[in-house]
Design a protein around this ligand. Structure first.
Ligand code: UDP
Ligand code: MG
Length: 318
């Protein structure tokens, strides 16, 4: 019987130091899995260091290694999408290059997927601790998951990592979702299927540094909300109605007061406060609508999610 192919997609941005270490580890794991054939797909997301050279070297040493190099940095979501599109395996895994996703879990994941009784389509991972992360970042991350899960029908799991191994069916389903603004954590939830969650403690990256600043994470959170729920639009509409009702009641009260007690001119400061409050709410609601409109605008352009400059096939032609 032909060996089943396991594609492992690794998105890399400035990972020249981590990549050789990662390759060594993944190699070790697949040496212990003679039943499966590895296809390692390295995606170079416009790295500014020698990541691409590392990839070429690995490809030349080992023909199971393939690579896709982007024309610039398109972000991890784009890198994962490119990897999934190009993977040919019966199983496809997504991993980071920094060994924060332990390859030692792979044999267990494959066993779980092959368990006929349990019938899992995907084994995903979530970290149960946030060691080595600033407390303020953990706090906002927790708040984000609480809020988005209240607002969205698609469940987002707190602490879920992108590290997962999927069967072909689920990969094809993900690839059916062709949107430009890709928020993978939500897309994985959206397609459904039977998912088994493995939990592990957070591991710090082996080399290099994280590419996530607080600001980047904040923007990522807004993206997730806009991509997976329209509840903020409803909130904006409800706020509008609420303010109309308050204004109406105030008008009635003021007219009644004037008719009964006459009209002593006063209340200038309080009026300014009300004007500020109401215009603040208006701008806030306009901002919410703007977020959705901007995403719609980007989607209608139908730009490609990523642009490839070079792959291993180009090397072979030379
Ligand atoms: N990454 C990427 N493109 C980017 C940023 C990151 O492909 O624009 C890759 C990065 O090389 C790594 C993975 O995504 O393999 C996770 O990044 P990082 O370790 O910085 O994130 P963290 O683990 O801190 O969440
Ligand atoms: Mg990392």
């Amino acid at each position: 019987m032909a060996k089943e192919v396991v594609s492992i997609v690794v998105s890399c941005y400035n990972e020249e130091k981590s990549l050789p270490l990662f390759y060594k580890e993944i190699n070790k794991v697949f040496d212990s899995l003679p039943k499966y054939k590895l296809e390692l797909i390295l995606v170079n997301d416009g790295s500014k260091d020698k990541t691409l050279e590392e990839m070429k070297k690995l490809h030349q040493e080992d023909n199971r290694v393939r690579f896709i190099s982007f024309s610039r940095n398109f972000g991890k979501e784009a890198a994962m999408y490119a990897g999934l599109e190009n993977a040919t395996g019966d199983y496809v895994g997504l991993m980071d290059a920094d060994l924060q996703d332990p390859p030692s879990l792979l044999p267990n994941m494959l066993d779980l997927l092959n368990d006929l009784e349990k019938d899992y389509d995907c084994v995903a991972t979530r970290r149960v601790s946030r060691n080595g992360e600033p407390p303020i970042r953990s706090f906002f991350a927790k708040a984000f998951y609480k809020i988005i899960n209240k607002m969205s029908d698609v469940e987002l799991v707190d602490g879920a990592r992108d590290y997962r191994l999927m069967k072909r069916k689920m990969v094809d389903a993900i690839l059916e979702l062709k949107e430009y603004n890709r928020f993978s954590k939500g897309l994985f939830g959206f397609v459904g299927f039977n998912i088994k969650w493995l939990e592990y403690k957070n591991i710090e990256r082996i080399a290099g540094e994280t590419k996530w600043s607080f600001w980047k994470l904040f923007k990522y959170a807004i993206e997730g909300i806009v991509a997976f729920t329209t509840v903020p639009l409803t909130i904006a509409a409800i706020l509008g109605i609420l303010f109309c009702i308050i204004a109406f009641i105030m008008i009635v009260v003021i007219i009644a007061k004037t008719l009964i007690f006459g009209d002593p001119t006063s209340g200038w400061p309080s009026m300014i406060c009300v004007i500020f409050l109401v215009s603040g709410v208006q701008l806030f609601c306009l901002g919410i609508i703007g977020e959705y409109l901007s995403k719609t605008y980007l989607e209608t352009k139908k730009r490609p999610v990523y642009i490839v400059k070079e792959t291993e096939k180009d090397l072979e032609k030379k």
